[in-house]
Design a protein around this ligand. Structure first.
Ligand SMILES: [Zn+2]
Length: 256
């Protein structure tokens, strides 16, 4: 994939609209091209900022208050300087926001925030799991050896993911890849349980206190955090077995 093609497909990728093959070649290009990776990071950050529900709830009230202040009847004589600055600032802000929306109509769809921010993140992890099950999309590095998987992430992420060997507990490591959750690039580790696949997404952060298991389309997601990292495990395993996996993962010795 060329830089031009990557630029064209970035927003579609962020909106999870690409098929598995396109996503894979776009990710491959991002891994090899610093310019496109930087552009991707910028878009992802801006997109996350624009999706904050608070932005879209508070603005109208503030705007209405400003406009009311500019009305000739309501404006007291002592505040003559403020009404002039207010509308201009808002016109500039509106113009800026408008320009963003015009350059990327795909963002409009992301402005409707589903449920809480945490639910949205976990739902994205479930989407990432589903995407990973498409042919050729499960792993960027296929290896049962954590000593191969962990170094593969070096230089591809701004943090070092925790990779654990759980083969002895019946959850062999299969590999890893880069994925996107909440507009940021995260590590996805792939484990297996018989014929089932378990994705463990991880990135720096804190989960909400006492997160509840999340269920969607027959998949279960369990979230936790520790050591400054946030984790979401997703699988079609039954909930008891996924809980067992999470327990083994949390108790397993980290790679030295
Ligand atoms: Zn490029």
């Amino acid at each position: 994939m060329t830089c031009d093609e990557t630029r064209l497909l970035l927003h579609a990728y962020l909106d999870d609209e690409l098929d598995a093959a396109q996503s894979a070649s776009l990710l491959a290009h991002l891994g090899a091209c610093n310019a496109c990776a930087a552009r991707y990071a910028d878009h992802a950050q801006l997109r996350t900022a624009l999706a904050q529900p608070a932005l879209y709830r508070r603005a109208p009230d503030a705007l209405r208050a400003r406009w009311r202040a500019t009305a000739p009847v309501a404006a007291p004589a002592s505040t003559t300087a403020r009404p002039r600055r207010g509308p201009l600032a808002f016109a500039l802000a509106a113009g800026f926001a408008g320009a963003l929306l015009l350059t990327s109509p795909a963002w409009i769809g992301s402005l409707r925030a589903p449920g809480t921010a945490d639910d949205a993140l976990v739902a994205q992890a479930v989407s990432g799991h589903l995407r990973s099950l498409q042919p050729q999309h499960l792993m960027d590095v296929a290896s049962t050896d954590r000593h191969t998987v962990k170094p593969w992430f070096e230089g591809r992420l701004d943090f070092s993911p925790e990779v654990k060997d759980l083969a002895g507990q019946g959850f062999p490591l299969a590999g890893g890849r880069l994925d996107v959750v909440g507009g940021r690039t995260v590590a996805a580790l792939v484990y297996r349980r018989h014929l089932h696949v378990i994705n463990v997404f991880q990135w720096p952060g804190e989960a909400a206190a006492d997160p509840q298991p999340y269920r969607q389309h027959g998949y279960t997601a369990i979230e936790w955090s520790g050591g400054g990292m946030r984790y979401v495990a997703v699988s079609d395993l039954n909930e008891a077995e996924l809980r067992q996996f999470v327990r083994e993962y949390r108790e397993g010795a980290p790679l030295r």
